[in-house]
Ligand binder design. Structure first.
Ligand code: GLA
Length: 454
């Protein structure tokens, strides 16, 4: 090939690839930070099978109420997601999905409308095949457009699409059908249907066909693992798998290690529960809780874990604007029985860092350390001599400053299966602990339009 034909070929290839990317782009503008919410599956299961009551209109409305009354909305939880088993076993005579007459007698739009009046969003569930995983209701196969139209018309905000009975090797094409159907439904209905708006698309094919390598062009989040259970080993397994794909998460597109079990099973143990939540935050994972958040079922410890604003800020941080691939998900920099994790925060310059010291498998409390070089391996501008404030993200207190260059060592030993989680902050961001400021010390001084509190 001469130079000219190489150039022509290159232009043609670029045109093809650019248009292919265009066809393959999701671009719904949603999930700019990892989605936060609740899902019915882990605790309530299918049609009362969890032993905690049925998933029905009353439950979903009560969860939406609890989002507000328990302070979950205030710290960022948005989505109340209904999982499997919400529909009648058969479609109607027009081929449309019908919500269970027993559980949702007023239809799903009523539930969506109720959630919206509470400032909460509604999520729903389906499957790429003819039936969902529980095999009690239809999936989307052959009805992708009709179902997408239905869900969008109901005003649904989020959809999780499962992979049971999916055809091996065809994950991409199966999910692209759903993505295109959702995009078309929103585009067609937006001008006339007031409730129609883009929908967060959650792929649930358990990481098959290396979902992390292609799913960012299809959905907003994708499962990287099989189903989590409420056992410690299951949480660790999902965490290990998910962390190995850290290079693929970015704004709008997230690795999903599955819904949280905080407050359920092994995770009624405070240390284990704290560890589970901290690890999900370090991985910029979607924070979708499975626990029953209604009062009085949500106990004080679980509530304080799920609403830890300092830890949530780590999960939701988006360093470096849109150019986040490979840096937004934190990762292990020390492995073994004592793990140390680091997550870059704020940006590639003026960087801050979240650090998690995790006593994963020691039989006794353990002191842990991390070097400046290990911290620097996640990126950012840490350098010898820089002074950082240190905030304890579980005690919610500021500790002694630390100067980068050497090693950071935990101030005390980390208990078994527990974590010590800190944030290295830039000096300008280090505020005195609120409790040390007396109201009588405050002076409000108006200055033009601004009000300065001294
Ligand atoms: C699959 C999914 C779970 C849940 C169930 C419902 O196993 O991975 O998260 O949705 O189906 O049947």
């Amino acid at each position: 090939m001469n130079k000219k034909s190489v150039f022509v070929f290159a232009v043609a290839l670029c045109t093809f690839l650019c248009s292919a990317t265009n066809i393959l782009a999701l671009n719904n503008g949603l999930a700019r930070t990892p989605p936060m919410g609740f899902n019915t599956w882990n605790y309530f299961n299918c049609q009362g099978g969890g032993g905690h009551g049925r998933v029905n209109e009353a439950l979903i409305k009560a969860i939406a109420d609890a989002f507000v009354s328990q302070g979950l909305t205030a710290v960022g939880y948005q989505y109340v997601n209904i999982d499997d088993c919400w529909a009648e076993a058969s479609r109607n005579t027009y081929g449309g999905m019908v919500a269970s007459h027993t559980d949702f007698p007023n239809g799903m739009k009523t539930v969506a409308d109720y959630c919206h009046t509470k400032g909460v969003k509604l999520g729903i569930y389906s499957d790429v095949a003819a039936q969902t995983c529980a095999k009690t209701m239809p999936g989307m196969s052959g009805h992708e457009n009709q179902d997408a139209d239905t869900f969008v018309a109901w005003g649904v905000d989020y959809i999780k699409v499962d992979w049971c009975q999916g055809t091996g090797g065809q994950s991409l094409s199966s999910y692209v059908k759903v993505r295109n159907a959702l995009t078309q439904a929103v585009t067609a209905m937006k001008p006339t249907v007031p409730t129609a708006h883009p929908v967060v698309f959650s792929l649930c094919n358990w990481g098959q066909d290396n979902a992390w390598t292609w799913a960012d062009s299809v959905g907003n989040l994708w499962r990287t693992t099989g189903d989590i259970t409420n056992q410690w080993g299951s949480m660790l397994g999902n965490m290990d798998q998910n962390q190995s794909h850290y290079a693929y998460s970015r704004i709008g597109s997230w690795n999903d290690p599955d819904m949280m079990e905080v407050g359920i099973g092994n995770f009624t143990n405070a240390a284990m529960s704290r560890s589970h939540f901290s690890l999900w935050c370090m991985m910029a994972a979607p924070l979708v809780t499975g626990t029953d958040v209604r009062s009085p079922n949500l106990d004080a410890t679980t509530k304080s874990i799920l609403t830890n604003a300092d830890a949530i800020a780590v999960d939701q941080d988006t360093p470096g604007g849109d150019n986040t691939m490979g840096i937004i998900q934190g990762r292990k920099v020390v492995t073994g029985n004592s793990e140390v994790w680091v997550k870059l925060l704020k940006g590639k310059t003026k960087s801050e860092y979240a650090m998690l010291f995790f006593n994963r498998a020691n039989t006794a409390a353990a002191s842990m350390s991390v070097t400046t070089t290990q911290i620097a391996s996640v990126g950012g501008d840490i350098a010898t001599g820089k002074v950082y404030g240190v905030r304890d993200l579980w005690a919610h207190t500021n500790l002694a400053n630390w100067t980068a260059g050497g090693t950071y060592t935990t101030p005390s030993a980390v208990p078994v299966n527990d974590v010590f989680m800190i944030r290295l902050t830039l000096p300008t961001d280090v505020l005195p602990p609120l409790a040390s400021v007396k109201v009588s010390d405050l002076r409000v001084q108006p200055e033009g339009e601004q009000v300065i509190v001294q």
